[in-house]
Design a protein around this ligand. Sequence first.
Ligand code: NAP
Length: 328
Amino acid sequence: MRATRLISTGNVQTIDTDAPTRGDADIVVKVEAAGICGTDRHLYKGEFPSVANTILGHEFSGIVTDAGNSDLQIGTRVTCDPNTWCGACNQCRKGRVNLCVNNIATGIARDGGFAEYCAFPAHKAHVLPPDLNPLHGALCEPLACTLHGMDLGLPQAYERVIVIGGGVIGLLAVQLAKKAGAQVMLLTRSTAKQALGQSLGADRVAGSKDEALDQWPHGAELVVECAGVEATVSMSPSITHTGGRVVVLGVLPQGKQVAIEPFDLLFREIQMHYSFLNPFTHERAAQMIANASIEVAPLITRTISLEEVPAVIASDVPAGEVRAIAIP
Ligand code: NAP
């Protein structure tokens, strides 16, 4: 089969490879759609830990072709929760499964969804409806991660929320904050992404910190950082209302330092939270995508073939692009 492997940092290729071997606990799916995430670009650049020679792709869904020892039916559409916690380490035993020291992430530490077929643990499959647009299944994983961020930030009705970054995570955060009843501003530089954010419910848009503070001089009770760059993490407290909270979803390269003023955080008691992965949120995300309570179609900018995946991962996100989805 064809599959896209991260051979090593800076070297990603679509090549011929063996079809996956199913382990006892696994199922096999024929991949229908696999999204290219900011994290794939971080993996390519060596900015996020990975395992050499792994087939990338951790945002995907597909049709079960081998149900193994599970009670799933062949032909069922499922989304893969890529994070396979051990259930036995100290963090898992405390319920902090996203901090599992033995987590094996499909598409990062074991072969993933940029492939015609993928084997993954059966208990990590969440069922999707047969009549769902197959592309939409690829958005379950980013929604599950965004749900965890919003579970930490807990936007309330009538609060002000600033979402930084108009990528898929930011545009999902905008929708979740609106569902909570908050007033939402999307802070992102691209005017096309600002317009998309407004069409998805953002009440206001800004292209910079100054534009945000011109509209809300005291900032927002909740700031959700979804850009993953130094400047936006550093600016987050400065657009947060006194007594408010920041949730950082964005991934910065390992070792990167960011300027934060502890005095300001202390004196204004700003809570800084970091949101990692999707603990117990994947089923909720699958249900929300299944019942169309979150709009995902506008987040899909284009579809590409597996042959195009390496070039897309190796380049910056083109202007205006939210999500490119590979169809193997
Ligand atoms: P993305 O498509 O790269 O979106 C990030 C957006 O941030 C871009 O669209 C860009 O839009 C905006 N941006 C960049 N620099 C900016 C600046 N200086 N000011 C304002 N906006 C800026 O990425 P994504 O897929 O949505 O993911 C977002 C981040 O979350 C990434 O770092 C990703 O690795 C991370 N992530 C984290 C988790 C988790 O579990 N914590 C899960 C998934 C993804 P403009 O050009 O409009 O500014």
